[in-house]
Write a protein that binds this ligand. Structure first.
Ligand SMILES: C[S@@+](CC[C@H](N)C(=O)[O-])C[C@H]1O[C@@H](n2cnc3c(N)ncnc32)[C@H](O)[C@@H]1O
Length: 267
């Protein structure tokens, strides 16, 4: 890809999503955009750039961000976060709390919010409580996967069999064995598109726990700080923020106090 075209594309990507692509990502961008170009029947990167720039509705930018974003995720990823959630949720239940709000801020294809839903559903037992989980992402394709709630058998391997049996139906779809998340679990979660680089967000909160894991690695410090300030505003005092274990947010978490690695509390 021509360097000038790459630079223009990455500026548009940064300005619209906060995703900061280094110069080394040229091949990655070329290959991910290449698929979109083939779908459109466009043969040169220059033509594609012109199309992105001239598309007034912004639809092609949405398509480009769908193609660019990295959506790696899994059920029970970083499992000690879910053990932590179970513990604090049970404490809050014992204290008589009845309403709970959780947010999976970069839900990708849904494994994170569905894991959370299973953990909460198991921990609440017979308590009559009001649970709502919000799952958001910038990528429209992964949001559709969230709403479908259909996972190939191998994706569900990290889910204990007892939970798979309780919260999913095992079916053959298009010749492949899949798990289909049951409506009783799905109904705990709403999914919607949200761009984390553009606060303020329309939700009123307050959230008890926010998962913002493995997405800030794609942002620079300016975008991260803006996002963390907004998450701080939306979390209740005594609520928790969970970030990816590999993320270093030193000096950016004004107001949050570290509880243990990758877990922060709002004082
Ligand atoms: C690597 S996945 C992480 C998924 C999950 N949180 C986890 O830890 O397994 C990163 C997700 O962030 C989303 N993302 C990237 N930029 C975003 C933005 N500006 N706003 C919202 N989501 C974004 C991507 O679409 C992708 O689904």
């Amino acid at each position: 890809m021509d360097r000038k075209i790459f630079n223009q594309l990455r500026t548009i990507i940064y300005q619209t999503s906060g995703i900061a692509l280094s110069e080394k990502k040229e091949n990655l961008v070329a290959s991910r955009i290449g698929k979109r170009m083939r779908a459109l029947g466009i043969h040169t990167h220059k033509e594609y750039l012109e199309m992105v720039k001239s598309n007034e509705t912004g639809e092609e930018i949405t398509e480009m961000l769908d193609a660019i974003s990295t959506n790696v995720t899994s059920f029970f990823r970083e499992p000690n976060h879910f053990q932590f959630v179970e513990t604090v949720f049970k404490e809050w239940l014992d204290q008589g709390q009845k309403t709970f709000r959780f947010w999976s801020a970069a839900s990708s294809t849904g494994e994170e919010p569905y894991t959370l839903a299973m953990v909460i559903r198991e921990a609440m037992a017979d308590h009559k409580v009001d649970i709502k989980i919000l799952g958001t992402d910038i990528n429209t394709k992964v949001l559709q996967a969230c709403r479908n709630g259909v996972y190939k058998e191998d994706k569900m391997r990290s889910v204990p069999q007892v939970l798979r049996d309780r919260y999913a139906d095992y079916r053959m779809i298009d010749g492949v064995y899949c798990y289909v998340i049951k409506p009783e679990l799905k109904q705990l979660i709403s999914f919607c598109r949200l761009n984390l680089s553009k606060p303020p967000f329309p939700m009123s909160g307050p959230f008890d726990i926010v998962f913002c894991r493995n997405v800030m690695i794609y942002f620079d410090d300016e975008v991260r700080k803006r996002l963390l300030d907004e998450i701080y505003r939306l979390i209740k005092p005594g609520g928790y923020l969970l970030v990816g274990h590999a993320e270093s947010l030193t000096g950016m978490l004004s107001g949050f106090k570290s509880v243990k690695p990758s877990v922060y509390i709002k004082n």
